[in-house]
Write a protein that binds this ligand. Structure first.
Ligand code: NDP
Length: 229
């Protein structure tokens, strides 16, 4: 299979690239800055040409279009829209609206940009899976603590994009889901997170493998349970 992963230079994205390469898949990785993606590039040494690393800033239209063009006429089986930012955690009275907009542009619009640009590549495959890396924090039903406006709003909007994409692409046998990777020990999740990046990614890879068309339009925890919108 050929998997496209955005934000693949660290955290969950980097571990996803490692896992898929280890088991023999092809990975096309999108990163903001390929020059500094040393750990990712190093994975390519033992991958016999199965890793390609491209520049891709998901918050930039031109960059995403160039990414899709650079990937070329290959078949893409799975797109994992992983790139994301946390945004600032500020109270309602002290919000930084430029940060809210930036977070929204990366997490919600960014994933939509990449999915739209890679539709032709995904349509060449019979697998046709799109995984939008969301968060439980984007669940309206589970929001009991409030706050985190930038992040929560961006992931709730991403969830809506998942739903619309699943409906629009139903006739073409796509499977489009939102996924919560758990609270994971990465730069974003911090050292107190209960789940290692290896455990999260092992669960994500297994879940992506067993996804079927019937799951399209769903919001899943990485272990496979569904999460209320
Ligand atoms: P990290 O902060 O460790 O990594 C984020 C990745 O996204 C980096 O590779 C970063 O690149 C990339 N990125 C950010 N902005 C852009 C952009 N504009 N264009 C391209 N790449 C970008 O986060 P995680 O690995 O923990 O998170 C991965 C995904 O999982 C995110 O979508 C996050 O919201 C989600 N998630 C994570 C949880 C956790 O507990 N860790 C919980 C729930 C959801 P760069 O190095 O250039 O900044």
């Amino acid at each position: 299979m050929r998997i496209v992963i955005t934000g693949a230079n660290r955290g969950i994205g980097l571990e996803l690239a490692r896992r898929y390469l280890e088991r023999g898949d092809h990975v096309d990785a999108g990163v903001r800055n390929p020059e500094t993606a040393r750990e990712l590039v190093a994975l390519g040494k033992d991958a016999g040409g199965r890793l390609r690393v491209f520049a891709c800033d998901v918050a930039d239209d031109t960059s995403v279009r160039a990414f899709a063009a650079a990937i070329g006429d290959v078949v893409v089986d799975v797109l994992i829209n992983n790139a994301g930012v946390m945004g600032k955690w500020l109270s309602l009275a002290d919000l930084d609206f430029a940060d809210v907009t930036r977070t929204f542009d990366t997490n919600a619009v960014g994933s939509l940009r990449v999915a739209s640009a890679l539709l032709p590549h995904l349509r060449r495959s019979s697998v046709r899976k799109v995984v939008n890396m969301s968060s439980r924090m984007g669940s309206i039903a589970e929001n009991t603590d409030g706050g985190a406006y930038a992040y929560r709003m961006s992931k709730a909007a991403l969830n809506m994009a998942t739903k619309s994409m699943s409906i629009d692409l139903r006739g073409e046998d796509f499977t489009v889901i939102s996924l919560h990777p758990d609270w994971v020990k990465t730069d974003m999740g911090g050292p107190n997170a209960p789940t290692s990046v290896e455990a999260s990614v092992a669960g994500i890879v297994a879940l992506v493998d067993r996804l079927s068309r019937a799951d399209s339009g769903g919001f899943f925890h990485f272990r496979g349970d569904t999460i209320p919108w």
